[in-house]
Unconditional design. Structure first.
Length: 166
């Protein structure tokens, strides 16, 4: 399973890019999974009032529900990223896209929205490419720079770059 992170500060377009990449890779018949770090405090949303939610409220640490075409698991305990990646590796996946977890060691596409965010490039490791809305801030970079203004029209260049080693 190949792993690639999409990293950047809040409101830099990580979720939008993740959705574009998931759609593109899925259309290429790749088995794609995603994992998002909920870095804004609090907990992710869950369906309140459902049976599985009631199980968690009763004290279950893990609650699952199986439908005809979908299985949902909710784990009421924190996990390290490595543990979650190990869980994903149990499934027949081609690609795991991770949103967030800036400090993790996986290959990263870093999104830079303004000049103040350029410092992020010195703070994190394993950068393979940069996405930005203003190319002037990122001249002479050691990484390929993708113009985010045009990715919505043609995501294939970035997608191909992500998959180039596989």
């Amino acid at each position: 399973m190949q792993i690639c992170q999409i990293a950047g500060y809040k409101n830099t377009g990580k979720t939008t890019l993740m959705n574009q990449l998931i759609h593109y890779f899925s259309a290429q018949n790749l088995k794609v999974a995603s994992l998002k770090h909920h870095g804004h405090g609090g907990e992710p949303d869950k369906v309140r009032g459902s049976d599985s939610s009631k199980h968690l409220e009763s004290g279950s640490l893990m609650s699952g529900v199986q439908g005809e075409e979908q299985t949902q698991l909710t784990l009421q305990m924190p996990f390290e990223l490595e543990t979650l990646v190990n869980l994903y590796e149990k499934f027949p996946l081609d690609l795991l896209l991770i949103e967030g977890y800036k400090k993790a060691h996986y290959r990263k596409i870093v999104l830079i929205k303004n000049e103040a965010e350029v410092s992020l490039l010195r703070e994190i490791s394993n950068i393979i490419a940069i996405g930005t809305w203003d190319m002037k801030w990122l001249e002479n970079q050691e990484y390929p720079v993708f113009d985010m203004n045009h990715l919505h029209k043609d995501i294939s260049a970035l997608a191909d770059y992500i998959r180039r080693d596989f």
